[in-house]
Ligand binder design. Structure first.
Ligand code: BDR
Ligand code: CA
Length: 306
């Protein structure tokens, strides 16, 4: 698996989730402008991977701005350091000399049909990779994207989810491509993946490095809101085990021009049967999740015993 991310508290938790799953081979991580400026997101990836015992996984820096618009960061939510203002020390490790886009293309071309891409940040890197390599959709086995809000409100605006709203043009390019398989894990599903105080208490009581790290980075939001939405960890979990969510098969477009709705993800909800004459490929939208199994996996992957 290759992860593209904008680390970010929940991106960090997603990386810990994957690192704690023995069935996952994490090949490389790329970073993109999103929650925080891309150099900071990249440093955060190194920090998380160090803690998770994945110090050999390369981290490459990707696009430093969306395709069209200036950046709007989410430091108000993720903290000035992107990790909940947790004051964690920097990693001693170096970033990869290659770009995140170059890394993704090299890996996809060298192992055609074998890699899964988990994209849990804005889709700028993936869109640039698509422009450089039109065969990318068939070179990757599967793509799982955390993004969108198909039949529910947004979080960046009433209509748009953050990752799509940050770079709507990139998201539209990705959703219009003919991937072998694309799963969209949007707010429809992630709004059910809520970390609550009893689970946090179990994580805090656990001595594993991943659990201690997770406790520190969620503290700020738990104190502010009393809960934390596990957006990116849910996408990671569904990427590993598709049976965690029900799916709706539908083409999805991104609203690019709406006065109020730019960045909204628009599904064709008229039918779940999309025929060959459809103007664009259907994607698989995660809808209802098996929360109990997801949260149990989340705790286990952080090293929390039952
Ligand atoms: C998404 O936006 C970011 O702030 C999170 O990391 C997640 O990827 C949720 O809308
Ligand atoms: Ca993210």
């Amino acid at each position: 698996m290759v992860v593209d991310c904008d680390t970010g508290v929940d991106d960090a938790l997603a990386l810990l989730y994957l690192a704690g799953d023995p069935t996952v081979e994490l090949v490389a991580v790329g970073t993109v402008d999103g929650n925080v400026p891309v150099p900071l997101g990249a440093q955060n990836c190194l920090r998380v991977l160090d803690v998770a015992g994945c110090g050999a996984v390369p981290v490459a820096v990707g696009c430093d701005r969306p395709l069209l618009e200036p950046s709007h960061y989410a430091e108000h939510f993720h903290g000035r350091d992107g990790l909940g203002d947790s004051g964690l020390p920097p990693s001693a490790r170096q970033l990869s000399p290659e770009s995140a886009v170059g890394q993704l293309l090299r890996l996809a071309r060298s192992q055609p049909g074998e890699l899964t891409l988990l994209a849990i940040g804005p889709l700028t890197n993936v869109a640039v990779a698509l422009m450089l390599e039109p065969e990318l959709p068939v070179l990757l086995r599967e793509v799982v994207v955390m993004g969108g809000a198909v039949a529910c409100p947004g979080n960046q605006s009433p209509w748009a989810e953050f990752n799509v709203a940050h770079d709507p043009e990139a998201a539209e390019m990705v959703l219009s491509a003919a991937w072998n398989e694309l799963t969209l894990v949007g707010l429809d599903a992630t709004s059910q993946a809520i970390l609550r105080p009893p689970a946090v208490a179990r994580i805090s009581a656990c001595g594993s490095g991943s659990a201690r790290f997770a406790t520190r980075i969620v503290r700020q939001q738990m104190e502010l809101k009393g809960e934390f939405e596990l957006c990116d960890p849910l996408a990671a979990a569904i990427c590993v085990d598709r049976s965690l969510a029900t799916r709706l098969s539908t083409p999805v477009r991104v609203e690019l021009r709406g006065e109020h709705t730019r960045g909204a993800t628009i599904a064709d909800l008229r039918s779940s049967e999309v025929g060959p004459a459809s103007p664009r490929p259907a994607v698989s939208v995660a809808m209802t999740i098996d929360f109990d199994r997801f949260i149990a996996n989340f705790l286990t992957h952080l090293g929390v015993g039952s």
